[in-house]
Design a protein around this ligand. Structure first.
Ligand SMILES: Nc1ncnc2c1ncn2[C@@H]1O[C@H](COP(=O)(O)OP(=O)(O)OP(=O)(O)O)[C@@H](O)[C@H]1O
Ligand SMILES: [Mg+2]
Length: 294
């Protein structure tokens, strides 16, 4: 069985999506792995990093996005006949082994989820709403991925910032999580908040099947090397080392590199579009390091 790995931080804009798509590409391109990227964010940044907006619009029109897999679970009236295999786009960016389960700008309606779970609670009689909700969270993404889990060496889940239902469900379905962070205080607070939430998530599921997710590593992204920010950056890093231990911090750090940001314009990650850039080289190193950790 392969690994399911979530990329998460409560803080937005810290490099989660960029790391996810470049890591996925390196795993397929340099290591011959079979990789699936699942976009769990309604900003659809991972989707638009791997396919053009035109291609996405066509798929959306044909109901071939992740939204329709969620809809089948939460909406009893859904008459969708699409399977996960119909929805996965193979060989994105022309790269064998790199597949995408495209996200959507609309993924689920919280009211519909609550209503469906409330009805289930009534049907189960004495069981309380919290138990039903926790169980739903635990199985949602797990069940969706079940039919294809064995076909991949890696399934990477690109989470939205914050801590919504899909992030909790992604963490519950994952073997590991990667924590991207910028070397600045609020991004580090985002790590601490997520760590606390993951602790709570594990506690709330203790009585049922245990959630056994582990941190794979903290990846510092978008660090700049000039003298002033260098000193400041070291202070922030020192704090993270004190909190989490040096072994949790990935040695490979992703520098600020315009080639990384620009790659989105060509609908492919920097490691394909600008392989010689400093950012791309850092992603190659990061991939090797994470493979060694695993
Ligand atoms: N190494 C880098 N060098 C330059 N720009 C970068 C780098 N990494 C990411 N960016 C840019 O920074 C912005 C935020 O990155 P990204 O979307 O990966 O963060 P995120 O944590 O996924 O954000 P969100 O929380 O909104 O999902 C994007 O515009 C991206 O292109
Ligand atoms: Mg993102």
């Amino acid at each position: 069985m392969g690994y399911v790995i979530a990329t998460a931080n409560m803080k937005g804009g810290v490099g989660k999506t960029t790391i996810t798509v470049n890591l996925a590409t390196c795993l397929a391109k340099n290591h011959g792995k079979r990789v699936l990227v699942l976009d769990l964010d309604t900003q659809i940044s991972a989707t638009l990093s791997l396919m053009s907006p035109l291609e996405f619009a066509k798929r959306r029109k044909n109901r071939r996005t992740f939204r329709y897999l969620i809809d089948e679970v939460i909406n009893p009236e859904s008459n969708s006949t699409q399977t996960i295999k119909d929805i996965i786009q193979e060989q994105v960016c022309g790269l064998p082994g790199l597949n995408l389960l495209p996200g959507d700008i609309d993924l689920y309606d919280e009211f519909v989820v609550s209503e469906m779970l409330h009805k289930q609670t009534l049907a189960f009689g004495e069981q309380n709403f919290e138990i039903i909700w926790n169980r739903f969270e635990r199985v949602l993404i797990n069940n969706i991925l079940k039919p294809i889990r064995d076909e991949y060496d890696f399934i990477l889940l690109d989470c939205a910032p914050g801590y919504n239902l899909l992030t909790r469900s992604a963490l519950a379905a994952s073997d590991f999580y990667i924590l991207p962070a910028k070397p600045e205080p609020l991004s580090v607070v985002g790590i601490q908040l997520l760590e606390r939430r993951i602790g709570q998530l594990k506690d709330s599921h203790e009585h049922e099947a245990k959630i056994d997710i582990k941190m794979l590593g903290i990846v510092f992204s978008m660090s700049t090397a000039n003298l002033l920010s260098g000193r400041y950056y070291k202070q922030v890093m020192h704090r993270v080392v004190e909190d989490f231990g040096v072994e949790k911090i990935c040695k490979a750090q992703i520098p600020v590199d315009i080639n990384v940001a620009k790659a989105v314009d060509s609908f492919m990650p920097a490691v394909l579009n600008a392989p010689q850039s400093a950012g791309s080289k850092a992603f190659v190193q990061l991939t090797q390091e994470l493979l060694q950790k695993l």
